[in-house]
Design a protein around this ligand. Sequence first.
Ligand code: ADP
Ligand code: ZN
Length: 534
Amino acid sequence: MESVLKRYFGFTEFRPYQKEVIEKIIEKRDCLVVMATGSGKSLCYQVPPLVTGKTAVVVSPLISLMQDQVMSLKQRGIKAEFLGSAQTDSTVQSKAETGQFQLLFITPEKAMIIPTSFWSKLLNSGICLFAVDEAHCISEWGHDFRVEYKQLDKLRNCLPDVPFVSLTATATEKVRIDIINSLKMKDPYIAIGSFDRTNLYYGVKQINRGQLFMDELLQEISKFVVSGGSTIVYCTTIKDVEQSTDEMALHRYGMGYVLEIFKALQEVGIKAGTYHGQMGSKAREESHRLFIRDELHVMVATIAFGMGIDKPDIRHVIHYGCPKSIESYYQESGRCGRDGIASVCWLYYARSDFAKADFYCGEAQTEKQRRAIMESLMAAQRYCSLTTCRRKFLLNHFGEIFPADKCGNCDNCLVSKRERDMSRESFLLMACIKSCGGHWGLNLPVDVLRGSRAKKIVDAQFDKLPLHGLGKDYSSNWWKDLAYQLISHGYLVEIVKDIYRTVSVSQKGEQYLCSARPDDQPPLVLPLTDAMID
Ligand code: ADP
Ligand code: ZN
C-alpha cells in the first residue's frame, strides 16, 4: 500500500482513515466514508485496484467530475476511463469487460441500463470494489437527491462479494442511515473524519438589497481581488424559477442577481464570469475553464456551479441569499481554502429570503420530501439568525461536538455584540406562544403581543388574552429575532407539523415559565441583533 502511494501519487504518508478504509476494502468489507471536502476520500478507492490488480468501479454523478479524475489518473500512469449514457462508442465497454482498466467511472444511469452480462464478464475479470461517490445523492434527506442513485442497490445481486464503498462529504446521521439502508450495506466499516475546516472564517450579515449593499459588496470583493485568489459569489436560486422565462421571477431570484452582480463587477473593472443553468453547456465550460486558469477572478454563479470544482486557491465564497440547507451551504462554502490557507465564507441574507419556502417546496413530490425541504430551510434560517459560534453550530449539525464555546474564527466569536438582559421579554414571548396553543408559526403570537386585531386573532379570542398588546413597543422583527435566539438556546422549538412550521415552548422553556417571576431565574442576557438596534 505504501509503495503504491509513493509510486503513483508521490505521497509518503496516508492521511487519517485512508489506510484503514483501504485495508477494509481489500478484506472485502463494505465501507462508508464520511469526510470533509479535500480530506482525500478519492484515494480510498484509487489505491485498492493498484494493490489487488482488479478493477475498481466508481459511480459518480457528473461527467465533468469523471473526466477530471480520469485525466489526472492517466497522467499518473493509471489506466482509467469513464462510461456515460451518451457514449455510443463501445470500445470502452468491451475493454472494461476484459479488465483492462484499473479504474472505471460510470454514471448511475449507465450503471442501471448496461446489460447484466457486462457485470458478469467484469466480475470474471476481477472487481475489487464498487464505489458510490457523492453518496448523499441517495438520500431524500440529503441536499442533492437523485432517483437513479436510489436504484443502485439492485446491482448488489449482480456483484456478490464485491465490497460497496460509499463516500460523501456531507452527511447528517439521517443521511448516513439512508445510505447504509439504500445500498443494503452489510455491517459496513464506518469512517467519519472531522468536518471542521479550521482555515475557514464564517460570517453572516443581514442586508437590505439595493445600491448601498451593492457598493459594499463590490468593496469587499475588490479587497480579495487585490490580495489574489479567486472568489465565488453564489446567488441562491430555485430550480423551477431558474428555468422559467418569467422576467420578474428571474430577476427576483438567483439568475437576476447573477447578472446584476456580474454587471456591477464589470463596471468597476473586475474580471468576472457567470455560470448558471440557462447558459449553454459550451458557455458554461468556457466560463469554468477561464476561472480555473485564473483568467477570471470572480465567478458569479447559481448553485449550478457545483460539484467537481477542484480549485485549491479559492479564497472567498460569498452567498447572496439564504441557502436552502446547511448541507448545501457547507458544501458550497467548503469549496474555498482547499489548500488549507486562511479563507473567508460570507453569507448575506435579506429577511425576505425566509419567505421562499413555498418556492422550494414546489420541487417536492411527496409529503416526506416537502417536510425535508422545510426542515432544511429552517436550519439554514437558524444559521443566519445565530448569535453564538457559527462553527460550533455547523459542526453540531453534522453530529460533531466542538469542545469549546467559541472557535475564534467566526463573526460571532470575534465581534462582540452589545448585550442586555431580556428576561422579561423572553418570558412574555414564551408565555404568549404557550397561551396561543403552541401550534402556530411565529407570526401569530408576535402579532398578538403587538396588539393586532386581525380577524384570525379575534376569531380565536386571542385579543382577550392578558398578554395581548404587551409587546407593542418592539417591532415584529425584534420579536422574531428574540424567538430565533430562544430557539437556538433551546427554550423554544420549531418543527414542521403537516406542512406548517410551528413554534412551541420546550421543556426548558416550560421550566423557565414555571418560576413564579422571571426574576427567580438567572437573567437571560442576550446579544442585540441588527433588527433590535434599529
Ligand atoms: P475529497 O474527495 O475528500 O474532497 P480528494 O480526494 O480530492 O478529496 O483529495 C484532496 C487533495 O488531497 C488532493 O489534491 C489529493 O491529491 C490530496 N491527498 C489525498 N491524500 C493525500 C495524502 N495521503 N497525502 C498528501 N496529499 C493527499
Ligand atoms: Zn466561532
